[in-house]
Design a protein around this ligand. Structure first.
Ligand code: HH2
Length: 256
């Protein structure tokens, strides 16, 4: 899954693809590099990020989703707002990627009625304050319990399991140690009956481990993505499609 943020302030690609044209161009390139799916975001969820209104989020993402859908490129939309989910589905998105796991009132219903896939992600707190002092007893158990509850809620709302994906939410209300614990035990999530998505690309945990700024984390990102794949992740949310594809080609050849 290639990431494209049509935002001025995303932590890695903020401002790079803020125009519709540049986002479409970058999407086409990621597709050529081997992305199966592109995740379009109109609001940064980085720690401390400011919320964006519905109208502005729609202005940013709808033309991009429409263009990519007309090019037959599978698109997911990264949003927590039911109004944006509806518009994204109408514009041709095949998946809703929600860092809030469809907890907003009406979100489950929009996805159920839209017949699209959904990624349910775990986050402790909300972006503005989530990194202040995250606390868990057993992070793996607690994240898994939350995701199981959201899978149950989604199914109860009429979204079949075959359309659902789960994500432990690396960096979303987690310390470095919590993130490492989740990656170390990512295989504990694969018995939940749905594919696991992992988003580690360029994140600050990789900065803490390597001492490198966000622009210099490609090698750490590829290593993290590969580890996630080895632990059973089926969807890798990445900014660097080509490098990740190369690593996966080697891994897949060895593991057949
Ligand atoms: N991470 C980000 C955003 N959305 N969705 C899922 N399912 N999993 C993730 O790990 C995840 C996500 C943060 O990365 P990015 O979109 O590049 O930055 P920003 O939120 O600043 O736009």
């Amino acid at each position: 899954m290639g990431v494209i943020n049509v935002t001025p302030d995303s932590f890695f690609d903020g401002g790079l693809y803020a125009s519709t044209e540049s986002a479409i161009c970058h999407a086409a390139r990621m597709r050529e590099e081997g992305a199966d799916l592109l995740d379009i975001g109109g609001e940064s969820t980085r720690p401390g990020g400011d919320p964006v209104g519905v109208a502005e989020e729609l202005r940013r993402i709808v033309p991009v989703v429409q263009a990519l859908a007309s090019m037959n490129i599978p698109v997911s939309v990264d949003t927590s707002k039911p109004e944006v989910m509806s518009a994204a589905i109408a514009a041709g998105a095949v998946m809703i990627n929600d860092v809030n796991a469809l907890q907003a009132p009406g979100a489950l219903e929009v996805v159920a009625a839209g017949n699209v896939a959904a990624c349910l992600m775990h986050m402790q707190g909300e972006p503005r304050s989530m990194q202040t002092n995250p606390q868990y007893g057993d992070v793996v158990v607690e994240v898994k319990d939350f995701l199981q509850r959201r899978l149950n809620a989604a199914q109860a709302a009429g979204i079949p399991l075959m359309r659902l994906v789960i994500d432990p939410g690396f960096g979303f209300g987690k310390t470095l140690e919590h993130n490492l614990e989740l990656l170390r035990h990512l295989d504990h999530f694969i018995d939940m009956g749905v594919p696991v998505l992992a988003g580690l690309s360029r994140k600050s945990m990789l900065g803490k481990l390597t001492g490198h700024a966000v622009g210099d984390r490609i090698h750490a990102s590829v290593a993290a993505a590969l580890l996630a794949a080895v632990k059973g992740a089926r969807i890798l949310r990445v900014h660097d499609v080509k490098a990740t594809r190369d690593a996966l080609a080697v891994y897949n050849a060895v593991e057949q």
